[in-house]
Design a protein around this ligand. Structure first.
Ligand SMILES: Nc1ncnc2c1ncn2[C@@H]1O[C@H](COP(=O)(O)OP(=O)(O)O)[C@@H](O)[C@H]1O
Ligand SMILES: [Mg+2]
Length: 289
């Protein structure tokens, strides 16, 4: 009897704080979503913020990019979405301290269709997260969700659970049109499904300042979207594109390159916006090669 009466209070004690959840989203492929999810996560971890990446793209590039090949993926985000696994049981550590990942598995490619017939189809990730928080089993400051390049049900699940959306953007022809479309989708989700959601950040990726077009598009994006565009810009940098084939975030692959410096700058600006700026120079990446 005492056991039973005691249960709710113990349950309450066990519940962990809700991490801040950011959907890394853009319906266009190849704009730097996965690269930004991995490297911002690594940089946040280096700033002492324990971070979980959820690889919601059936292509699984984020999982591969942090050194988790398909053969090592036991439980994936698919199992979580269909209710076969708890979200916290699917999280795996990566080589970077403080950076965990829920990998994507092969069966995620069918999820977009399978989810259609499921109850609470756009809230399945949100429900799984609430269950793990309720069980006191999640201990992260941030969760970054790497979305697939579409605005289907998988991305909708991400937008429904997220506190904010971060859009990586490659400064090229028609970038602004794509971004306006994304903004409308986010506004719609915010009206109908998740009032917490807002487009909180835009990050310019693969910037090549020698290209006049990139320069002009970046200026346009800044004048349309104002302060939500990060001051930190990610330059086009070959080390950034090499790192995933070594299964490492660029910070572990080459801490000194311009890409690593840019992602650390982005993380500091991100945290400044969150009003919890870590002391300058505090970095857990001392051991990085
Ligand atoms: N700053 C960068 N410099 C050089 N290559 C980059 C940079 N950011 C991304 N890439 C490369 O561009 C390609 C697309 O990036 P990715 O992050 O996979 O985009 P998305 O997830 O939006 O499809 C990848 O091959 C990636 O390695
Ligand atoms: Mg991707």
């Amino acid at each position: 009897m005492i056991e039973v009466l005691d249960a709710p209070s113990r349950q309450a004690e066990r519940a962990t704080a809700r991490p801040r959840i950011i959907a890394v989203v853009n319906q266009k492929g190849g704009v730097g979503k996965t690269t930004t999810a991995i490297n911002l996560a690594a940089a946040l971890a280096a700033c002492g913020k324990k971070t979980l990446v959820i690889d919601l793209d059936p292509q699984g590039n984020a999982s591969t990019g942090v050194g988790i090949p398909a053969s090592k993926r036991a439980i994936g985000v698919y199992d979580v979405l269909i209710g076969e696994a708890a979200l916290h049981d699917a999280a795996m550590p990566t080589e970077t301290p403080g950076f965990h990942i829920i990998p994507s598995t092969m069966d995620l490619s069918g999820a977009e269709i399978e989810l259609v017939g499921m109850p609470r189809r756009e809230r399945r990730l949100a429900d799984a997260l609430d269950a793990s928080i309720g069980a006191g089993a999640l201990d992260y400051a941030y969760i970054l969700i790497d979305c697939p390049p579409s605005l289907g049900l998988l991305t909708l699940n991400a937008l429904t659970v997220a506190d904010g959306a971060l859009a990586p953007l490659q400064a090229e022809f028609l970038a602004l049109e794509g971004l306006s479309h994304l903004k409308r989708t986010i506004d719609l989700v915010s009206e109908r499904l998740n009032p917490r959601l807002a487009l909180e950040g835009i990050v310019l990726t693969m910037m090549d300042r020698r290209m006049r077009l990139a320069e002009a598009v970046a200026a346009d994006v800044r004048s349309h979207f104002g302060d939500i565009v990060y001051k930190a810009e990610i330059p086009r940098n070959v080390r950034v594109s090499e790192a995933p084939s070594h299964g490492k975030p660029v910070l572990l692959y080459d801490l000194q390159c311009s890409g690593s410096r840019a992602y650390l700058k982005l993380a500091r600006e991100f945290l400044r916006r969150e009003k919890i700026l870590p002391p300058k120079g505090q970095s857990g990446m001392g051991q990085a090669a």
